[in-house]
Design a protein around this ligand. Structure first.
Ligand code: SAM
Length: 293
């Protein structure tokens, strides 16, 4: 794949093979920077596996965040992505990526900038796919922003630290928390496969995991987002306590809140389903409104 000469579904194929990624990195002086969370994937087989998991097609555009030297970008193009908008903060990488864009006319647009300030709605009028080997220091923050725009997104195929991936897909127990509830409320979340530190250049300290999140047509159950945040924060803030105690930080009358939601006062946050949290959020929103002057 790093040869880039493989046929692609969208039809525009470079006339000569692309230079190996290692040569691109050397020529552009892309010494990895820790502050930018740079751990590059150079293995074309692995990049191809991630790209195929994203199921790119000719119909929808892809936002790739942090393309770096472009290993995953190449794989996405080879897998048939018709249009990729790639947002990269590191100017050194942007220069290398512009060369790649020139080899795939009309299919790859490079944006130099901060993904945290980038509006997903600017990629295309229709829903988009998001694919990224994320910089770990901002991965969760980016995901929370994208969840706020879930109606604009078809799917997200993202690499996180394994620990974050486990939290995203947990349905109970000690890894289950506000992030799990928020993500599963809005998306079907699936852990696809682990990637060992040795697959990256330089290797990170921890194992990584590719996760696929597909936004639901409707959230799993009705709830106001800020009320859901309130109840998960209070409940998981004291996760070992029974909810009748943990929810005291939210309301003077946790029994009324729990009774309204049909949840036993002795239950603990870790045993509640996402639908239970939505019921709590609805009751909490109604109580809040009733208390308003
Ligand atoms: N996708 C490449 C790969 O798989 O080899 C690089 C992945 S590396 C883990 C993360 C990339 O995100 C780096 O290229 C880094 O420069 C970029 N990055 C870091 N912070 C960013 C930000 N705020 N906005 C856009 N890109 C960022």
């Amino acid at each position: 794949m790093s040869g880039g000469g493989a046929p692609d579904a969208a039809g525009s194929e470079p006339e000569s093979p692309l230079a190996p990624l290692s040569a691109v990195i050397a020529r552009h002086g892309l010494r990895p920077r820790r502050a930018l969370g740079q751990h590059f994937l150079l293995d074309p087989g692995l990049c191809g596996r991630i790209a195929r998991a994203a199921r790119p097609d000719a119909a929808s555009a892809i936002l790739e965040v942090g393309p770096g030297p472009g290993g995953l970008t190449r794989a996405l193009l080879a897998a048939g992505a018709a249009r990729i908008v790639a947002v990269e903060k590191d100017r050194r990488c942007v220069a290398a990526l512009q060369e790649l864009a020139a080899r795939f006319p009309g299919r790859l647009e490079i944006v130099e900038g901060d993904a945290l300030a980038f509006d997903v709605a600017s990629v295309a009028p229709a829903r988009i796919g998001i694919v990224a080997n994320l910089p770990y220091n901002i991965g969760t923050r980016l995901l929370l922003r994208w969840l706020d725009r879930a109606e604009r997104i078809d799917s997200m195929t993202l690499m996180f630290q394994k620990e974050v991936a486990v939290r995203l897909t947990a349905t109970g127990g000690r890894d289950y928390g506000g992030l799990s509830v928020r993500a599963q409320w809005l998306c079907d979340c699936e852990r696809l496969f682990d990637v060992s530190p040795g697959s990256f250049q330089p290797p990170p300290a921890v194992t990584s995991t590719v996760v696929r999140l597909v936004p639901r047509a409707e959230p799993l159950a009705p709830a106001e987002p800020d009320a859901l945040d309130d109840v998960t924060r209070a409940a998981f803030g004291q996760r070992r306590k029974m909810l009748r105690s943990a929810l005291r930080r939210l309301t003077r009358d946790p029994h009324a809140l729990l009774e309204g939601a049909g949840i036993a006062p002795e239950a603990r946050a870790e045993t509640l389903s996402v639908a239970d949290f939505c019921a709590l959020a609805r009751t909490w929103a109604a109580m809040r409104r009733a208390e308003e002057p």
